[in-house]
Design a protein around this ligand. Structure first.
Ligand code: MF3
Ligand code: CO
Length: 249
């Protein structure tokens, strides 16, 4: 069952999304060599709680932090610790907040200092895939048109597209129906978008494999071949003639 939000709920989703967005924008200046992933987490946590919201991930299925900070070959769900950011890293930060019961979820991959051209392209193309997916959204289309637009960018660049990691509906809980795979798939063909749906679209691509390992901490997910991975995510509202990005300007 895919929930449809009414105008009042959408207003709360907007507030939630705005706080999440601001965290990721403020982190652009905060993330530097020497900063630990725990410092990033504390920054995000403190920003969220000082804006009348709650970190969406903290305690979610036992998750111990407010953000996921995933460096280089870590795809997603990196638990913040004492690891220091270094020049040449790509750092993906995934964060969510709850405002008056409504969740928003967003992620951004930061390039620290200088990286090789291939890595820089991966980051830019993963962001491009996010907007390629979002730009087709409007009431009446098949969800698979979104999946397919995202997957096309990944495929054209020869990137690894993780089949087991998907976007999702978002609202009164962090993860709602439907699953939103990052490539064309049969199940999404049968789902028609309606205005009032709120979706977390989140492409993740690697420079190599689409296969992953789960770390012993049972959260962190890394590429099996050690290739670097990027991740971008927005919470998006479906409208009659298009969409509204809730975790953006
Ligand atoms: N954006 C991430 C996802 O949808 C959020 C993970 S929250 C965690 O998977 F608590 F599970 F880490
Ligand atoms: Co998500």
């Amino acid at each position: 069952m895919i929930s449809i939000k009414n105008e009042q709920e959408i207003e709360l989703m907007r507030k939630s999304g705005q706080i999440t967005y601001e965290v990721l924008m403020k982190l652009k200046d905060f993330i530097k060599p020497g900063v630990t992933t725990k410092d990033i987490d504390k920054f995000a946590h403190d920003y969220i709680v000082s804006h009348d919201a709650t970190p969406s991930f903290l305690g979610y299925e036992g998750y111990p932090a407010s953000t996921c900070v995933s460096i280089n070959d870590m795809v997603v769900h990196g638990i913040p610790d004492n690891t220091k950011i270094r020049n040449g890293d790509i750092v993906s930060v995934d964060v969510g907040s709850i405002y008056k019961g409504y969740h928003s979820d967003s992620a951004y991959t930061y390039i620290v200092g200088s990286v090789d051209k291939q890595t820089e392209d991966l980051v830019n193309n993963t962001r491009k895939a996010l907007y390629a997916g979002i730009s087709v959204i409007k009431e009446g289309i098949k969800l698979n048109e979104v999946c397919s637009a995202i997957g096309k960018v990944g495929r054209e660049n020869g990137y690894g597209i993780f089949e087991c990691l998907t976007g999702h509906g978002v609202g009164t809980t962090l993860h709602e129906d439907p699953y939103i795979p990052n490539l064309s798939n049969h199940e999404s063909e049968g789902i028609i978008l309606k205005s009032g749906m709120t979706l977390a679209i989140e492409p993740m691509f690697s420079l190599g494999t689409k296969e992953v390992w789960l770390l012993p901490d049972e959260w962190g997910i890394i590429t099996r071949d050690g290739s670097v991975a990027a991740h971008f995510e927005h919470t998006v509202l479906v409208t009659k003639d298009g969409y509204e990005i809730l975790t953006g300007e």
